[in-house]
Structure formats: C-alpha cells, structure tokens
Design a protein around this ligand. Sequence first.
Ligand code: IMP
Length: 416
Amino acid sequence: MSILAVLGGQWGDEGKGKVVDALCECSEVVARFQGGANAGHTILIGEEETILHQLPSGILRENIDCILGTGMVIDPISLMQEINNLTKHEIEINGRIHISLLAHVVTPIHKTLDASREASLGSMAIGTTKRGIGPCYSDKISRTGIRMIDLRDLSLLKSRLEDKLRQSILQGFILETEKNDLFKEFDDFYKASEKISPFIEDTISLVHQYIDEGKNILIEGAQGTLLDIDYGSYPYVTSSNTVSGNICTGLGIGPKSVDNIIGVFKAYTTRVGAGSFPTELDSSEGDYLQRRGNEFGATTHRKRRCGWFDAALGKYAVKINGFTSIAITKLDVLDALEEIKICTHYENGAYPSINLNEAVPHYITLPGWSRSIGNVREFDNLPPQAKEYLKTVEGLLETPISHISVGKERHQIIEI
Ligand code: IMP
C-alpha cells in the first residue's frame, strides 16, 4: 500500500494530469483534496478532446475509484456535464465516483459574485476563472456555506438558495436585473444536484477503509504552489491551500499516511491571471514558448504568460511541500531554442511569498539541443545538452527527477 501525491510546483498548468495518468497504472484510487472547477485537464477520449474540471483523470481507467474530497468546492452543474460526457462515451461511472458529503457546493450565486467582484476590482482584478471558487470558500470560512450533504433535501436547498439570493441583492452584491437569469440557472442547479446526489457519501470512512485494505492511493493536486492562499503570491492566488499540508485536512488523513510527494514543474514557467512573474519573457522567446507549448488555459482559454524556469521558486516549492521527487514536463517545447536560461536565485534576496514583486532574477545560460526529443524514452538517450539542463535543475532544487515528459502523448514520458 502506498499513498502518493502529485502536486504543482509553479502557478498551475504544470502538466500534473499527464504525470497522474502515468502513475494511474499502479493505483486503485485517485483523490482530489482542494479546488474545484477552476482546474482543467484536457484529455483524449478516443479521438475526441474533452476537459475534466473536477473529476480526477483516473476516471478514464475502469478499475480506479475516484474521490472528490472534503476540501474541494464542487459545482454540481459542471460535474453533471463531465459525467454526461463520460457516459456518452460509455465510460462506466457507477460506484466509481465518491463525493465527500462535507465538501462545499458552488452555486450559481457564487459564480455571479465571482464575476461581479472581479469587475469591481478594475485594474486590481485577480484574473480568476470565474468559477465561483473564492465566494464559495468565503462562505465556507464564514460558516454560511452549503455542503454536499445539503443536496439531499431539495426543498431545504431551494429555500436556502433563495434566501442567499435575497441577501445578496439586499447587500447590493447582485443586481435585481440579474435575478431572472439566476432563477433559470437555479433550475439547472437543482437538476444537477439531484443527479449527483447518489455519489455523495462519507469519504472519510471510505479513505480509511482503502488504507486498511492496503490500496494504492494517488492524490491529485490542482493549481500550484504559487497559487496557494497562504504560501502563494497573494492576493493573486486561488482561495485554497494547494500545498501538501492541505492533503491531510482535504481528505481526512494524518500526515504520516503520505509516503511520497511528486512536485510537477514545466521546463519553463507559465502563469494565467494577474500577479508578479519575475522570469516572464516579453520577447520572441516568450512568444515561442506560448506558441510551441500551446499555452492556453484549459478552463478559460486565456493565453498563458510564459517565462524561463525559476529555480528560486522551485526551491521554495520543494521546501513548502516536502517534494520527494520532481517531474519535469514539456521538455520538448525547448527543442528549437539555441540557448536556454534558468533563474538560479534572486539577486536581492526577495522571497517568493513575501516580496516577489521586487525579485531581481539572476540567470545562467545553457546551450540548447536543437533537435527533437519526442521519441526518447531513456534518460541516457537524451542529447547531452538536455541532460545538462535537467541535471542543473535537479541540482538547484536539490531533489531527484523521477519523471520527464517529452510530448503530449501518454507514452512520451521517461521514468527514472
Ligand atoms: P480562481 O481559483 O478561479 O479564484 O482564480 C485565482 C487565480 O488562480 C487566477 O489567477 C487563476 O488564473 C488561477 N488559477 C485557478 N485555477 C487554475 C488552474 O487550474 N491553473 C492555472 N491557474 C489557475
């Protein structure tokens, strides 16, 4: 039995889904512990691309059970769409989706509030995914939230939601004119809530049963370390703890249960939304990374900002999460570059979660390999320059590399 976690070391979109997919072969359970439909994994079902926002990608493998843990905020409408998509493709889901009855529910009101708060912030907007994540976690912490267990009593749910709408209008957070549209969405929300109700259960006992049965459990993080509400680049962060510390509260397990934590890093850095980004490239190299890496957000389709690998942030992420190994993804995106830079540290000693906006990156320049590495499956067969690049990253992060992704296909991965 082992519990293995896969977490993002940067600003999300590191390619965690690909690493999770590779590790699924040895897992019986895949669990999420935080976040919600702000996440997005693009996956192929047959020839068709689809996006999973809340279900872990393990759902595509028929022998894997999926847990949506207590620390998540779950949007029934979006979840129902994911489920419908899977059943359309004849993927059996019955008995395989387990939603914590203590997880909080994202309602249409939260999504409207997310959009209006962003609009009111003007140039200070966070650039959220507008999936209602912040307002839902706010309600949770204010102890006024709706939990999955509350979906079981539809008439009570209806009156609570209508009360919340009345309050939001009275407080001026929602306009009277938005009411009709929201009522229409409420209908979809109730239908979706009924549909997902059978999947709601006590996942705390279930996780402990799996542990007692000696099952291999894979924990899938969403977003990344620098988007963590406490340890990220506040206020330009998400509203949950994305780091390993939250695995325990998000799933109801003790810290000693987690055996290994893999930190996933892109071979360069990307970020969507606003906020500091010390190694951001406003140049043709940045455009190259964006184009070649197809860097568009899976949830919002926004162009991702791109920059060089930042080992100052990497070292920080290793410390905060206690990564036992790291996975480097999208190494092939660097194939055509003649020279590649890595930020080794910040010259003025700036610290990621404290004053990232003041960071002055110090770079080293390494030679590129100028050839395609998509077909390489062994570390030893990589070009010497690619090995040097990886060894440099490994040395700077003082953590062994366990996986290297060299393309988007499932088999394009090197395991060390
Ligand atoms: P929220 O999580 O929708 O509130 O968005 C807060 C910040 O986190 C914004 O900058 C988003 O772009 C970013 N964010 C949220 N989820 C993801 C993700 O899955 N990948 C990358 N960025 C994300």
